[in-house]
Structures are given as structure tokens and as C-alpha cells.
Design a protein around this ligand. Sequence first.
Ligand code: ADP
Ligand code: MG
Length: 275
Amino acid sequence: MSDGTSPQPRDALTRAERAAMPEEHARLATGALLRADDVVAGYLPGVDILKGCNFFLDDGEIVGIIGPNGAGKSTLLKALFGLIPVRHGNITLRGESITSAPAHVLVRKGVGYVPQTQNVFPSLTIEENLEMGSYLRPKKFAEQFDRVSGLFPLLAERRRVKAGALSGGERQMVAMGRALMMEPSVLLLDEPSAGLSPMFQDEVFIRCKRINAAGVSIIMVEQNARRCLQICDRGYVLDQGRNAYTDTGARLMKDPKVVELYLGTLAGSQEGKRP
Ligand SMILES: Nc1ncnc2c1ncn2[C@@H]1O[C@H](COP(=O)(O)OP(=O)(O)O)[C@@H](O)[C@H]1O
Ligand SMILES: [Mg+2]
């Protein structure tokens, strides 16, 4: 891969690499529901983790973000949700700037976020966890609890059970349920299938599809890259704080460079028996 000092001739780029370039991003992102342009952000002074990241989500889409550990995937979600300051670049929601807007403002604007870890209150019951999700609109709790339990029946069936007593997969449902209590139009999910048994992983992806079908646009960061690309409309490969590739999920799974660098030998093994 190019190290940035000797750019490859344009012809050598794959379709997904070209689409990740700033000018293509600018063309394709027009009219997007949520977009990030040239975003630079980090935690420690002088250390940029996102180094000019471009991203967009169209209304109705599920967009997956994959990439190696430490690439900045979680950092991108945190930057979108106003949890870390954006040092350069812009983030817009429906054309309005939300760059570095605080999380509670974003929640009111219809953005929900499920962090990668510690995403439930273990000492609270399922019902209390969901109440926390609707603290901005407490009067709507009962109505929203019914709606969200329609997507995750377990939440109503076990409403008085403490979240700390649940399995990883069940906790993930509580975390997603809590984010859905405010009827978000955009849901940011950080590794929803991480640490779950294969059966629960599949369940998470099916739920995401259902939530999306109910009208919620989704950004999903996933370590289960192949499964994620299978269900998403479009995907991004993030590497070293930049989006290196972007295309439809189906095309990314066939992009020779993406397969070699990011899907690797997993490419065949999870695809079934065909060579
Ligand atoms: N709270 C933090 N403080 C300082 N550095 C962090 C923090 N969280 C993450 N980082 C660093 O940011 C980089 C990207 O991390 P992250 O976005 O979590 O990666 P990914 O989600 O792609 O695995 C890593 O080098 C990581 O060490
Ligand atoms: Mg992460």
C-alpha cells in the first residue's frame, strides 16, 4: 500500500479506493443524512487519531465500518456523537452543523449511540435501564417501552431482572433498547456483536436489519467484518485514522485489496464451502 509519499497512479486504485478519495466523497455525500468531512480528532494534545476522515450515511441506510484494531473506528463514532472534540473538519446532520455538539443535544436531534463496552447499568433492572434511555421524555416511557419491547420481547418478559445478571447478548439488547427509547433516526452501534456467542451474533445482525426496516438509519462498527459487509448497504474500511476504501458491502467483500488486507483468510472460511 502507498505510504503517502509516493502516490500510486490513479489507474492502480480499486473502485473502493477511488470512492474513498476526498473529491469522490464530496460528490457522493451530497444530501446525506449525516456526514463527516475531513475530520481530525484525538484524545491527547498533539496526537491525532482521526487524520482527515470522510464519511456519510444516507437516509435509510445501514453503513458498516470495519478495519484493524486501533484504526480509529470507535473514535469516529465518539467524534460523531460529540464525545471527543473535533480539531478540524465538519460533521453535519441533515445539512446542519453538529461539529462537537454535546451528546444530549444530539440525542434530542435523533441520534442514538451504543458504546462498545459498559453500555448498561448492571445494578439497575432492565426496565430502569430503559427509563434512563427516556429521561429526556419521561412521560413517553410506557409507550416507548411497548414499542421497543416489540423489537426485543425479552425486555418486557424480564423487565424486573437486573442487567448485571444477564448474558452478554441480553445486555446488548438492553443497550440497544435503551438507545431506541428516544426514537432515534440515526443509531450508532459500536461492535454490537463483540464477545457474543455465534448464535447471539447472528441475532444481533438480524435485529439490526429489523431496526433499520423500522426506519432507523444505522452506522455499525464491527469486528465481524464479513458478516457486517453482508448486511450493510455500504461499508467503509478505516485504517490509521482515514477511510481507505468504501463501496457497497457486496463489492467490498470482492475487492482484492480489501480481501487481502482486511478480510484475509477469513474470506473463505465464513463464506460457506465454496472455494
Ligand atoms: N481514551 C483514550 N485516550 C487515549 N488514546 C485512546 C483512547 N481511546 C482510544 N485511544 C487510541 O486511539 C486509537 C484508536 O482507538 P479506537 O478508536 O478505539 O480503535 P478501534 O475502535 O478501531 O479499535 C488507538 O491507538 C487507541 O490506543
Ligand atoms: Mg473500537
